[in-house]
Write a protein that binds this ligand. Structure first.
Ligand SMILES: C[S@@+](CC[C@H](N)C(=O)[O-])C[C@H]1O[C@@H](n2cnc3c(N)ncnc32)[C@H](O)[C@@H]1O
Length: 259
């Protein structure tokens, strides 16, 4: 697999690089969905409805080009070449938010972890159709990504609408735990930001409790303090539109790791 960092190139040059790499990509790459270092069992769906031929094509051509290589030396090279911010979205679903922030901030690098292959295919479609080249994808359990990223390397982390796992006996399946908040804290640079969002009352309470117990993050003073006010540069995803239609109010925890 070859990673080519094109974020510094003019868009015309980027296209040429992408086309060249795409032509070199082997036609039958198998997407590995297993990893030897799994710690906890995962509960998210890995595959859902059949994937269109076009998106299957992207899984074989574009995904190998934009897959995040977690080897320390590869991460070091990628991060060293970055002049802009480095941001991470965990569980990006259909990828609308990630595509939106990447397109709006072409000088920044965006990393996304998603275990559901239909979601990965959907993000690839956004990238292909909108000519977005500043996203790197980890198509597997994002907890492995958290373990692999270097300490103090991120400017922003997004965890948007994580699965609520409503039954209390399933609480340990929720992505947000004290240990996850500690990982977020360690991965963020001083001055780095964390955005948590949910429309599920149980998950909103859980987020509030987790953040309060963790106690290290402060409320981001650059953002509206109201929990129901979305952050700047916000895009309503299909998931959130459905919540609005169904009269559920989204809450946004806009947090800061004080520098
Ligand atoms: C309720 S959906 C929200 C999707 C998206 N964030 C949005 O706002 O539209 C939760 C997403 O998290 C993903 N997910 C759950 N556990 C994960 C894990 N351990 N690693 C990566 N993705 C995960 C699921 O596959 C799903 O796409």
């Amino acid at each position: 697999m070859e990673l080519v960092d094109t974020t510094d190139l003019k868009s015309v040059d980027r296209k040429v690089v992408l086309v060249r790499v795409r032509q070199r990509a082997p036609p039958n790459i198998k997407i590995s969905m297993t990893h030897p270092h799994r710690i906890r069992k995962t509960y998210g769906r890995r595959k859902g409805r059949p994937i269109s031929k076009y998106q299957q094509g992207l899984l074989h051509t574009l995904l190998p080009e934009v897959t995040l290589d977690l080897r320390p030396e590869a991460l070091q090279t990628l991060f060293k070449s970055q002049k802009g911010r480095i941001c991470l979205e965990i569980g990006f679903g259909a990828g609308e938010h990630l595509a939106h922030v990447a397109k709006s901030n072409p000088g920044d690098l965006f990393l996304g972890g998603e275990i559901f292959i239909n979601g990965v295919a959907s993000l690839l479609r956004h990238m292909d159709q909108q000519d977005i080249s500043n996203i790197r994808i980890y198509p597997d359990d994002a907890r492995e990504l958290l373990k692999a990223l270097p300490t103090g390397s991120l400017d922003q982390i997004y965890l948007l609408y994580p699965d609520p796992w409503r039954k209390s006996r399933h609480a340990e399946r929720r992505f947000l735990q004290q240990e996850t908040l500690q990982q977020f804290w360690d991965l963020l640079k001083p001055g780095g930001k964390l955005l948590l969002a949910s429309d599920d009352p149980l998950m909103i309470t859980w987020m509030e409790e987790q953040v309060t117990n963790f106690a290290k993050f402060t409320i981001d003073p650059d953002e509206n303090k109201e929990l129901t006010a979305p952050p700047q540069q916000w895009i309503q995803t299909r998931y959130e539109s459905k919540a609005v239609q169904e009269k559920r109010t989204s809450h946004y925890f806009k947090l800061l790791k004080k520098g």
